[in-house]
Design a protein around this ligand. Structure first.
Ligand code: NAP
Ligand code: G3H
Length: 483
């Protein structure tokens, strides 16, 4: 069945069918670098949301009863379909969210790997049993059998920047765990999400197991989140949206992956050349539009001049321009995002920061910008730009670096660059972050590692096994043995 009505217009996926919304409305998806409409997605109505959730509820028990081996076959098939569609999907990701083709392709391959690993992990998750007599006064005649059961219907809401990978990172564990899914992609990312679901549909997955709801979060988001038919929400996106969502979603388990302001802490004893490679890769790939991008450098003042010179040299090598040319620095997702980034740079410059490189803009293409002598009075020291700018804050001690790192509202990841492993562990222990990377850039992968945001960076843990756990609950059956 075709997922499109014409060259540009996509249908949405309800109960196993690609259909046109009764709203009669579509949303134009404008490419961030072509600046033209590359597709249209359906603006789904509340009644259609009800229908999708109803169809997910209807089939959930059957899906739960379906053996793990059979569920595994569908998901393996899905991964295979993604691999055979990798060029086609990568092209769509590139056009829709402006990621360069090679990185878009890597995203699709990573997604297939993620799905396969999820299947393997789910097949190897086992319950446990407890005998009653280990508790005072308990008896051997009581045996608790603890198993994991699905939660029901999972609402998966994903962001624009990894429109396939971060969506599948919710859908795959939800399905393997026996849940059914309502998937709401970011609007800018909804075509990529639709292609991913086209691959899932090709696996022959039973109808109704998943529905894809397209439409603006500002219009249908609250309705979805507050819907009584939803049993769990897995959300990835901005902190403000996540905080609103957490207020609206009552009495359902919630996993939130939100924004970050990951610091790269550079000690005096660090191998600066190595640190610079990690920092520049971490800060600037996909124009810094990664939750785990290094978003500030806290460097010891004694090596700051040398570090800044090396950073400048490395940043100057970055390719800038169209994602079609494989550029690292590409136009940001929209003009508004670029305005926001420019505002942070302007504020820093006004307050005395030194522009070492960049501060140049062509519409939504922000040139890689390195700001030195950034102080804690400047917004760029605290706010998440989601763009290619790197503020350098000079510090006098480890203690000062730790203090500034921890004063952030965010707590996703942090990097520590040092040749002293004891110091590295000591600093890591004091940092308020979900993960600390020692002598490496902040990053999510490998995707089976637990991935955690604390404070304004989230709630709950992702990573294959943790996602499977968060999408199930424990259930205890007690056998009372007659003696
Ligand atoms: P966003 O604007 O907050 O949107 C995220 C998702 O929420 C989209 O699907 C959006 O739909 C939806 N949404 C908007 N309003 C909603 C509402 N009222 N109810 C329910 N859903 C609603 O974020 P983004 O710009 O796509 O992504 C960038 C942000 O995500 C950055 O802050 C980044 O750090 C964060 N992020 C975090 C992680 C992580 O793992 N921690 C990973 C990736 C990205 P529409 O697109 O239709 O508005
Ligand atoms: O944008 C957030 C992603 O989870 C980051 O993943 O570190 O592999 O780029 P990444």
């Amino acid at each position: 069945m075709t997922i499109k009505i014409d060259d540009l217009t996509y249908k949405f996926y309800l109960g196993g069918q690609w259909i046109v919304s009764k709203s009669g409305k579509t949303i134009d998806i404008v490419s961030p670098y072509l600046h033209e409409t590359v597709g249209r997605v359906q603006a789904v109505t509340q009644d259609e949301v009800d229908e999708a959730i109803e169809s997910a509820r209807k089939v959930q028990k059957d899906w739960e009863k379906t053996s793990l081996q059979i569920r595994a076959q569908y998901l393996y098939k899905w991964a295979d379909e993604l691999i055979s569609m990798q060029d086609e999907i990568a092209e769509v990701i590139m056009k829709e969210v402006g990621k360069n083709f090679q990185d878009a392709k890597k995203e699709v391959i990573r997604t297939a790997d993620f799905i396969r690993y999820t299947v393997g992990e789910a097949l190897h998750m086992h319950g446990e049993s407890l005998v009653g007599d280990s508790f005072p006064g308990g008896s051997k005649s009581k045996l608790a059998i603890v198993s994991r059961v699905p939660l029901g219907v999972v609402l998966a809401i994903s962001p624009f920047n990894y429109p396939v990978n971060l969506a599948a990172a919710k859908v795959a564990p939800a399905l393997m765990a026996g849940n059914t899914v309502i998937f709401k992609p970011a609007t800018q990312g909804a075509i990529s999400g639709s292609k991913m679901i086209e691959a899932l549909d090709k696996s022959g997955m039973p109808k109704g197991i998943l529905s894809l709801i397209t439409g603006r979060g500002s219009e249908i988001g609250d309705y979805l989140v507050e819907h009584k038919g939803i049993n769990m929400i897995s959300y990835t996106g901005g902190t403000d949206t996540g905080a609103l969502l957490a207020k609206k979603a009552t009495q359902v388990p919630l996993v939130l992956e939100l924004g970050g302001k990951d610091p790269g802490i550079v000690r005096e004893d660090a191998n600066l050349k190595e640190a610079v490679k990690h920092i520049v890769g971490g800060a600037f790939s996909y124009s810094g539009q990664r939750c785990t991008a290094i978003k500030r450098v806290l460097v010891n003042e004694n090596v700051a001049d040398e570090l800044v010179a090396l950073l400048k040299e490395e940043i100057e090598k970055l390719s800038i321009g169209s994602p079609e040319d494989g550029s690292v620095i590409v136009p940001l997702i929209d003009d508004q995002a670029a305005d926001y980034v420019q505002g942070l740079v302007d504020d820093a410059v006004e307050k005395g920061a030194t522009v070492v490189l960049g501060n140049k803009r062509e519409r939504n293409l922000i040139y890689p910008t390195l700001l030195d002598h950034v102080t804690v009075e400047m917004q760029v020291a605290w706010e998440e730009p989601f763009g290619p700018i790197l503020p350098v804050v000079r510090v006098t001690s480890d203690e000062e670096a730790i203090r500034i790192a921890n004063e952030s509202e965010f707590g996703l990841q942090a990097s520590v660059f040092t040749s002293n492993i004891n110091k590295a562990f000591s600093i890591a222990n004091q940092l308020d972050a979900g993960s600390v990377q020692i002598n490496g850039r902040t990053e999510r992968g490998p995707d089976h590692f637990p991935f955690i945001g604390i404070k304004g960076s989230g709630m709950g843990t992702q990573g294959v096994r943790k996602s499977l756990e968060s999408m199930t609950r424990e259930k205890v059956t007690v056998l009372n043995i007659e003696e």
